[in-house]
Structure formats: structure tokens, C-alpha cells
Design a protein around this ligand. Structure first.
Ligand code: PLP
Length: 333
């Protein structure tokens, strides 16, 4: 694997607001090509795909940027979404880049720093309901207005098409086809995008570690059952992965590939966040630590493998204080 120089590409961290929609449509994607960091974990050669370096700080900009550009081309005047976290931030970012108004409906539990960051991008924030499901109901109603598009966080084929670009970039960045790729799973939009990417580049036998928190393993139970199982109360520090129901398309898509569901503890996920910060200077949230935990633990599903890729999906729902606390907890073990 060759490390990829990020500086070669323009870092579009600060798009000009109010670009006339017509000129932005069909233009370059909103996401950037991210570096693949070549490192070692024990005997494994690991390529860390640094999607935390996306301008909106997570992989979500790939799919959401693609979907928002699609709707902009149809002439919509407003995007509505219902996430307080990285999806809401990515929609706000895309709206600003495309010159389209954005409403993000958040539940009351959203931390103040996320509200401030989403507002700072010029999005309108509406606080509705105690939890995401309630905020989502309001967002769906708001999206009934004319010239308005609802932007879902994970269940839309256009999102998966955008996420697939991550794997297409790996073709240029890896010396050869990786033996495995580790991906975090919430609703499964990222995983569906990675599978779509593997299909596009013909890497059908690359093993996929689909990693979930122990307290929110909706994919693992659904695959075991063979149909979508709804969790009653998903719970994890990896809040971006706490989703009750996976995207139904995942069941068939996982059968087509060598997908191994893996569950990890919150402690393993936060340890991975601390390790990535200390070893590589990257600050990520527990959802992303979840994907990396099996690599650090040299999970049995990786036995005998030489080259693997870890998707550093990023996420900004983390503070320096969180990292310091997790580091202390780690020392106590
Ligand atoms: C949204 C998100 C995920 C999970 O993505 P899904 O498409 O819901 O599976 C993982 N990590 C981060 C940082 C996210 O923001």
C-alpha cells in the first residue's frame, strides 16, 4: 500500500456559501479523496483509510454529498434531515456548498457543541422529541413541503453509491487486493456502500468485518435470523451506531459477499480511539473506534491475513475531555 498525499488534492473545508445551484450541479463531488495510512498492527499490514479527514469530518459526506447533488439537480430548495450527529452536519455542509437551505431536526439529547457546529454552517435547527425516532417523525412531515427533499441518514441507494467511492479510491492506494476490510455498522449505509464498491472493483473475495457494538448489534442478530430484527433499546457509547433497524437491503447484500459480523465492547472501542489519537494524531468518536477494535485485537477472522484495510469513518461526537477520560480508564485495566 502506498501512503496517499492528501496535500495533492484541494482540501475543501470552507466552501463558499450561496453558490448558484445551477453551477454547482454536476460539478465535482463534495467529498475529497482521503489518504490511506500504511501501518502495522502485530503481523498485520493495515491500511487506515482516513475518512475522518473529510471536510465534514466523516465518510457521510460521500453519500450525502452525492444525494444532495442529485436533489439539487432536480431543483429542490431545501434539505430536511433528522440527525443530530454526523449526518446532520454533513447535510448542513452540503447545503452550504450547494447554496440550498437546510433544516436539521434534532432530539433534545443532542449535545450543545453539535448544535453550535450545525448552526455555524447556516442550517436551521429544530429541537423535537426526546429521541431520534421522534425527531425523525417531525422531519418527515416537514419534508412534505414543496421543493423540499428528505435526506435519510443511511437507507437510500444513492447514499450507497456515494459511499462506494471509498473502495474505488483503494484501488489506486493499495498494492494489491486487501484480504479484509473492517467497517463499522449502524444502519448499514456505509456497509452497503463498501459492498457496492467491492462489486464495482471486482474484489468479491475480500472479507468484510462488519463491526457493531455489543449493545447495538442489529446486523448480527438480523443475519442470524435471516430477516430484519428490530432492537428495542440499542445502547452503546458509540451513539452513531445505535440504530434499531438496519437497512433491509443489507440481508441480501451480505449473502453475496464474505461478510463476518463482529461485535465489540464499548471499552475496546474507546481504547481504539485513544490508540489512534496517540499513535497517529487522529481524533475519532467511539463509532469509528468500533471498526478498528478487531484490528487492534487481531480478531480470529483475520488469522493468516497479511493486508487489511480499516475504515476510519471518523465522526465528531467526541471531545478532548472524552479522550482523556478514556485514556485514564484504560490505565486502570
Ligand atoms: C453514521 C456513522 C456510522 C454508521 O454508518 P451507517 O451507514 O449508519 O451504518 C459509523 N461511524 C460514524 C462516525 C458515523 O457517523
Amino acid at each position: 500500500m502506498t501512503a496517499y498525499a492528501a496535500s495533492v488534492l484541494p482540501y475543501r473545508a470552507d466552501p463558499k456559501p450561496a453558490v448558484p445551484a445551477a453551477s454547482a450541479i454536476g460539478a465535482a463531488p463534495l467529498h475529497i479523496v482521503t489518504p490511506l495510512l500504511d501501518t502495522r498492527i502485530g503481523s498485520l499490514r493495515v491500511g487506515l483509510k482516513l475518512d475522518n479527514l473529510q471536510p465534514a469530518r466523516s465518510f457521510k459526506l460521500r453519500g450525502i454529498g452525492h444525494l444532495c447533488q442529485h436533489h439539487a439537480a432536480r431543483g429542490v430548495r431545501r434539505f430536511v434531515c433528522s440527525s443530530a450527529g454526523n449526518a446532520g452536519y454533513a447535510v448542513a455542509w452540503a447545503g452550504r456548498a450547494l447554496g440550498i437551505a437546510v433544516t436539521v431536526v434534532i432530539p433534545h439529547c443532542t449535545p450543545e457543541f453539535m448544535r453550535a457546529r450545525i448552526r455555524a454552517l447556516g442550517a436551521e435547527l429544530r429541537c423535537e422529541g426526546a429521541v431520534w425516532d421522534e425527531a425523525n417523525t417531525v422531519a418527515l412531515q416537514l419534508a412534505q413541503q414543496p421543493e423540499t427533499a428528505f435526506i435519510p441518514p443511511f437507507d437510500d441507494p444513492l447514499l450507497w453509491q456515494g459511499h462506494a467511492s471509498l473502495v474505488e479510491e483503494l484501488v489506486q492506494q493499495c498494492d494489491s487486493q486487501p484480504d479484509a476490510i473492517a467497517v463499522a455498522v449502524g444502519g448499514g449505509g456505509l456497509l452497503l456502500g463498501v459492498l457496492e464498491g467491492l462489486r464495482r472493483v471486482g474484489w468479491r473475495d475480500t472479507r468484510v468485518l462488519a463491526v457493531e457494538p455489543e449493545g447495538s448489534a442489529s446486523l448480527a442478530v438480523s443475519l442470524a435470523r435471516g430477516s430484519v430484527v428490530e432492537l428495542t433499546a440499542p445502547r452503546s457509547l458509540a451513539t452513531s451506531l445505535c440504530v434499531k433497524r438496519i437497512a433491509p437491503a443489507l440481508i441480501a447484500a451480505c449473502r453475496e459477499f464474505d461478510v463476518v459480523p463482529v461485535t465489540v465492547s464499548d471499552a475496546a472501542a474507546t481504547d481504539a480511539c485513544v490508540r489512534l489519537a496517540e499513535e497517529h494524531g487522529q481524533m475519532i468518536e467511539p463509532a469509528c473506534g468500533t471498526a478498528l477494535a478487531p484490528l487492534y485485537a487481531q480478531h480470529a477472522a483475520l488469522a493468516g491475513m497479511r493486508q487489511v484495510v480499516g475504515v476510519v469513518c471518523g465522526g465528531q461526537v467526541v471531545t478532548l475531555g472524552d479522550l482523556a477520560r478514556w485514556q485514564n480508564e484504560q490505565r486502570l485495566c
